[in-house]
Design a protein around this ligand. Structure first.
Ligand code: SF4
Length: 192
């Protein structure tokens, strides 16, 4: 069984795929405890893999994109089974992870890594995009872990606080080859 916080149909608000309709599956629990975390990832329900796939279909119909988020999706061992089941159902699976738990992923899975306390070399090597949370500073010490691949790298101001926004913009302007400003656009229009 999977522990779930919520499942809902909305639009991706962040990163490369911003604006794309997607069903969000928020898995409960996280292996980290970040000071600035504002996500409610408490368990609200226990569902089988099959029940989650059915709920995704019920909410999103034929929507191709499903985003597994958390908490930390890989904190639950059954998340790999869920990924396989969603792919078998014809979905394009995207994962939002803190990158601290190494997992083998199929090539067609999109992996967003937002490193916090630690990052495994396997997940750094597998990442399709990077999200760095700017909270009083730009945590660019993580970049070396991702190697020399030209990955889209978003600087996301924590809490949209003006000081963090200014830091992120200054850093992006200083390194336009590497950084983009990353905004949680869904929060500006009041959707999940
Ligand atoms: S890794 Fe993400 S979900 Fe987990 S505590 Fe940190 S900010 Fe919250």
């Amino acid at each position: 069984m999977l522990a779930l916080a919520e499942i809902f149909y909305s639009v991706q608000g962040e990163g490369v795929w911003t604006g794309t309709p997607a069903v969000f599956v928020r898995l409960a629990g996280c292996n980290l405890n970040c000071r600035f975390c504002d996500t409610d990832y408490a368990t609200k329900a226990f569902l089988s893999v099959e029940a989650v796939v059915a709920r995704v279909r019920e909410l999103g119909g034929d929507c191709p994109m499903v985003i597994l988020t958390g908490g930390e999706p890989f904190a639950q061992v059954e998340s790999s089974k869920l990924i396989d089941a969603l792919r078998a159902d014809g979905r394009r699976v995207h994962i939002e992870s803190n990158g601290s738990i190494a997992v083998d992923l199929a090539r067609d899975v999109w992996l967003t890594v937002s490193p916090k306390e630690r990052l495994t070399p396997e997940m750094a090597a597998r990442a399709n995009e990077i999200k760095l949370i700017v909270d009083g500073r730009v945590p660019d010490e993580w970049l070396a872990s991702f190697g020399t691949r030209a990955l889209p790298t978003f600087l996301q101001p924590e809490g949209n606080k003006p000081a963090n926004v200014a830091l992120a913009i200054d850093a992006a302007k200083a390194r336009p080859d590497r950084f983009r400003l990353g905004l949680q656009t869904h929060k500006f229009i009041g959707i999940r």
